[in-house]
Ligand binder design. Sequence first.
Ligand SMILES: [Zn+2]
Length: 212
Amino acid sequence: MARTLFSSRHSGNLATHVGDDPQSVQAARNALARSLSTSEIIYMEQTHSDRICEVTEDHQSIYDGDALITSRKGISLGVLVADCIPLLISSSSHIAAVHVGRQGLVKEIALKTFHAMANLGARDFSAVIGPSICAQCYEVSEEMYSDVTALIPATATSPEKHCLNLQAGLRAQLEGVGVSVSDLGICTKESLDFFSYRRDVETGRQVGVISQ
Ligand SMILES: [Zn+2]
């Protein structure tokens, strides 16, 4: 049974790339790991790519990608976000933490992660969508709106508002391959308990964490 957790801004900024003192970031990461009783949370160098990294016995210190998969017990996988979707996937044998922004959705990183897990023998998938910017708040240009909705119709809201529904797009992709998906339904831009890039521009990152 996998355990999942989504931090809020009250756990502090957990990203090293947004200009905060590295020691205070490390202290926040250590406190989070302690609160989860986990020996280690593994993070990624996220670049809105569709690269997927598997964490094995001899694991690296840096994972350059936007999805982590493991079957190892006792370690935790983390995804850093501030509006993008932190997606946590569990299954019969493997877990995954996935960074799904607009670009990741278009590149189908969540679907690719599902297929990678299935190829490793995983079955009985379920996924949870963590706090992320909602369909009322995520306005993009009209051109971007028409490009994304042409590729992923479920992201559509209305052409007048041209806001994208990333959660519906992600849900459509995953439910299409039989993954059951739940959504916490928290909007990072509206809730002041969370970091939001759209709201604050210069901001920290919260995490979604999964372990088994
Ligand atoms: Zn919202």
